[in-house]
Write a protein that binds this ligand. Sequence first.
Ligand SMILES: Nc1nc2c(ncn2[C@@H]2O[C@H](COP(=O)(O)OP(=O)(O)OP(=O)(O)O)[C@@H](O)[C@H]2O)c(=O)[nH]1
Ligand SMILES: [Mg+2]
Length: 228
Amino acid sequence: MKKVVTVKKKALAANEEHAATLRTGFVSSGTLVLNLISSPGSGKTTLLEATIGELGKQVRTAVIEGDVETERDADRIRALGVPAHQILTGGACHLDARMISDALADTQLMPTDILFIENVGNLICPTGYDLGEDLKIAVLSTTEGDDKPFKYPAIFSRAEVTVVTKIDLLPHLDFDLEAVREHLATLNPSGRVFVTSSQTMEGIKDWCSFITDQLNHKRQNLSSTSTD
Ligand SMILES: Nc1nc2c(ncn2[C@@H]2O[C@H](COP(=O)(O)OP(=O)(O)OP(=O)(O)O)[C@@H](O)[C@H]2O)c(=O)[nH]1
Ligand SMILES: [Mg+2]
């Protein structure tokens, strides 16, 4: 047991080092990096499709997709004319920083203003792995039930933002949105919550304004530190 814990700690330490190098690179390129984490099918790729459509052509976007099998998600993004790189983990339940550096060797991705990383659908494994991102984004679908933040607290306490998806389905579900907001506030008092539907586009404008504000903020910090 002690050996397993030691190996895991070493893997995480190596990942931290790799993630720090990635983060430095993303600071110099002024790229905003968002790491989307959720259970399978909560609507991550559909949210990315809606987000990319709403952001339009004024910002450059690129996507790294993480899945166990198939290029399906990357193909969905490419269909929008946006560069996408598919990582196939072959069974691993999360992405790590080394996989992201390898993906960045795909010359189509960079330079970009915003890099979205869609992590492997899973609420447990991806939480501990830093990918050099600016923000971890937890995605919670109304169809999963309103008890998930309390049942899987690690991701909801760590993510700076939670996006609630499929709000158009609320009339058909027993999902208490106000209770979810309260649970999330307990787990992460400074966390932001966006409530969206990629079908009706409810909440997508607010979510995209937040993203562009974050990008501008990162760029301003970059220019103020370079003139210091
Ligand atoms: N009604 C409704 N359905 C949605 C919405 N967003 C996604 N869906 C549906 O939910 C299903 C899963 O969506 P995906 O975007 O593929 O989910 P995902 O999280 O990327 O899935 P994995 O990559 O497999 O983890 C699809 O059938 C979508 O059409 C939404 O806002 N409203
Ligand atoms: Mg997907």
